[in-house]
Write a protein that binds this ligand. Sequence first.
Ligand code: 5GP
Ligand code: MN
Length: 336
Amino acid sequence: MSHPLFLSKMDSDIFAPVVDEIERGKRFLVVSHVNPEGDAVGSLLGLALALRGIGKDVVAFLEDEVPDVCRFLPGSGTIVHSLDGVEPVDCTFAVDCGQIERLGEDFVRFNGRGRLVNLDHHKTNDEFGDINIVLPGASAAGEIVYDLLKAARIPINADVATNLYVAIHTDTGSFRYASATPEAFRKAGELVSLGADPWDVSRNVYESYPAKRFEALSMVLSTLETVSEGRIAVLKVTLDMLKKVGGGKDIVDGFVNYARAIKGVEVGVLFRECGPDEYKVSLRSKGNIDVSGVAKSFGGGGHPHASGFNISGEFGEVKQKVLDALRKAIKEGLRS
Ligand code: 5GP
Ligand code: MN
């Protein structure tokens, strides 16, 4: 095959065992992580719709609700949130997820998953699949799904293209991050020529926020503090704030970026209260600090510039522990 955007032969070979699974299987399950965002939903639906397009029977599962901003995605109404009563499948694809537990309790309990294919770009991936395609150089799991569809010669229609475009667009921060490689731009460009509509995507993802997101933002920004000579900026979201604005946890998605956006800040941190003495911590780096190492040391994971984890304890103690770990990482980063 001599498509100009096609992978080199060596790269395409890595998909051969996965292509075999697709050819052999009839029934598939496609799953992604809890707290799903654009790449999780886009890569999951892109793959699910493409497989349905070649006549496969596909169950698309996410433990959590689809975030509001992803509901416009073609196929989003076909996602199920329970695997109760689902018949066994020949093969399961896990996309954009580094740890099996992050696929949700329902999936971990599910006995009928068949061969498990792990398609991911997190360098903290545990390689939990029977087949593992983990490519940290890929900007998004959506890019890997794109490569797989090309390798398997599965057509990409406008609905599939829209999902994969959203996956790449959101995970590269609208093509702003270091992950916005020439490959990411090339693939996004081809997805646009296949029917993804950039303005329609932007309108839905970035220009359709509920007003309560901004009510929450004003409360969250009022918690801003900078520490370590302005190198670390901290934000906090409480359950009380979410209750006041009447929003779910996805209403504050991305707020941590405001902490990182301050001049001089190397790491932005957001603590989101998710229960009594329970916090979800989001880390964003813009210097040479690899926050995935810090997240991993707390049992989480992610990317060098965007990672997260859950932690329990009294807020003051939790914050101290996290800031100590970040200060240490910054010191080590400055030495290297
Ligand atoms: P966020 O801060 O937006 O929740 O997540 C940022 C990045 O870190 C994403 O790539 C996400 O998949 C990863 N991440 C967030 N929380 C966790 C976690 O608890 N465990 C692992 N392994 N990765 C996480
Ligand atoms: Mn991703």
